[in-house]
Design a protein around this ligand. Structure first.
Ligand code: CA
Length: 229
């Protein structure tokens, strides 16, 4: 189905017009577009094809977008895949929940395809920049960017795409306090004051996955977070 060698993007959207428009434009931009018309099929395709990114509509028949998002984040094989949510006006609450569940970004319908493609490229680029050096190591935590793997004292930890970028960003700036806004900007790529608590949620989850090394990430009250030098 997908041409070999091209980065695969999976579109999970029940509205055929939107899905086809996205697929057409993504192919024009050099991606391989995979299409799923419902959540269950989308989930199955994500597990089979492991795309570089998922475009996920929130309002889907049967299994809704938030459930798909949760399932993608729960499965270690699909957790590292970045997700952009396709949302509608009036879905603000779902959008916040989606970001807390691990979605990386969202667009509001009707959106500009050109802007969406820019966001896709930004996320794929940030994925690379967050870690920078191909290997970062501190306090027993090692992040391997090319393999998209992290381990604590030699034991693999499964991180979502967001957690991976968050950890990479903090480690790369070890010793430096990063504000929630700075983290939003470099990990998620936009500034949105109302979603600052999204950062706290992800730091909390990241710490619990780091186990023994959790205290490597310090809370600097009233300011933000710092990775111990
Ligand atoms: Ca829909």
């Amino acid at each position: 189905m997908a041409e070999p060698g091209k980065p695969k993007i999976l579109i999970i959207e029940d509205e055929a017009d939107i899905r086809e428009l996205l697929a057409y434009n993504l192919r024009k931009e050099g991606f391989a577009a995979l299409e799923a018309g419902d959540g269950r099929l989308g989930l199955e395709m994500a597990r089979t094809h492991l795309p570089v990114l998922v475009l996920l509509d929130l309002m889907l028949p049967g299994m809704d977008g938030l459930t798909v998002c949760r399932e993608l984040e729960r499965d270690p094989s699909t957790a590292p895949i970045p997700i952009i949510m396709l949302t509608a006006k009036g879905e603000e609450l779902d959008r916040v929940v989606g970001l807390e569940l691990g979605a990386d970004d969202y667009v509001v319908k009707p959106f500009s395809v050109r802007e969406l493609i820019l966001r896709i490229r930004n996320i794929l680029k940030r994925q690379v920049q967050a870690v920078g050096a191909s290997r970062l190591s501190r306090h027993g935590v090692t992040v391997n960017q090319s393999a998209h793997k992290a381990n604590v004292n030699g034991k693999d930890v499964d991180l979502t795409a967001t957690e991976f970028r968050l950890l990479g960003t903090l480690m790369r700036h070890a010793g430096q306090v990063l504000t929630r806004e700075q983290l939003l900007d470099s990990v998620w790529g936009y500034q949105f004051e109302g979603y600052a608590r999204t950062v706290d949620t992800h730091v909390r989850r990241l710490r619990s996955k780091l186990g023994d090394a959790a205290d490597m990430i310090e809370t600097v009250r009233g300011v933000g977070y710092r990775c111990k030098e």
